[in-house]
Design a protein around this ligand. Sequence first.
Ligand code: KG4
Ligand code: ZN
Length: 359
Amino acid sequence: RRPRVVLGIESSCDDTGAAVVDEHGRVLGEALHSQKEEHLRTGGIIPHVAQALHRQHIARIVQEALEKSGLRASDLSAVATTVKPGLALSLSVGLEFTGTLLQGLPTPFIPVHHMEAHALTVRMVRPLPFPFLVLLVSGGHALLALARGVSDFLLLGQALDEAPGDSLDKIARRLSLAGHPECRAMGGGQAVEHLALQGDRLKFNLRTPMGRHLDCNFSFAGLRTQVERTIARLEQEEGVRDGQVLSCVADVCAAAQHAVCAHIAKRTHRAILFCKARSLLPERSPTLVVSGGVASNRYARQLLQVISDASGLELLCPPPRLCTDNGAMVAWNGIERLREGIGILPSPAGIRYQPKATF
Ligand code: KG4
Ligand code: ZN
């Protein structure tokens, strides 16, 4: 039998990604177009702009991934495409393109859940058995779940308002970090992390949210408002106007980063305690997998390492290129489903995308 190979297509948000992955988790070819710079200019994602950019790039990206793999569409075991959750206009582009690509071919189609794909990516690089705990923190989501199988997730908590990366991006914009000489070409979260290294987080007292909520959900909007109020107060004190940088910008970044990361770590700790109390994690090598763009924050990793060590869990972070949105994680989800024989369809005909899907 020839090894299985799957083409994965991702277009749920602002990245157009494609990759060909085999059943050993080897990436045979991949390509990615990120719209981040375009959206940075407009101050956020405008859905119809995202859709136009996906349309502009998807054919080239898929072709590039296929060419690098040396395979043709007819050589593939299946094509897997993200169909939920995400921006409706963005999801539609990936699904429609898949329809065109597979027209007239006998190749099966595998619809993919974006969050499940993120959660299983770690198994591409390491044979981690189920069950394990997953924390996903990015610009679009915050989520804690117990992964019990390829398509079996127990949702433990999620963001009730905005995602942590989104909050950090908004704070960075409010602080005009894009114009800061030390932060050129950095994303919002990355700029906050960089400046926080030089700051004193104890200069400002920010409350971590949801201290009394006995669940594992997240809330970052109130935290962001606290930071924005602090910035407004400081601007008045220093006589700083819009677009100018505060003298204590590093301290604000340090305090904001600490508050966001401490909240993430505390909710994760609750999830660990919950799983332990119900014996939901294996006794031998229980594992916490952390993924998403915010997972590349070193301060967040340090806090998560502390709670993992204290609870006897191993902390696993997939490499950064697999942590952010990409085609390989979608292809890998296709491989996992092929192996188990679940969710494999003869074609994408009649499949609809679901912007608001949960687990
Ligand atoms: O996973 P990702 O690339 O895209 C999605 O959101 O789907 O995550 C991007 C988010 C952005 O909000 C970015 O500011 C944040 O992750 N991020 C970081 C860091 N690097 C990226 N946040 C904090 N610290 C970082 N080093
Ligand atoms: Zn994502």
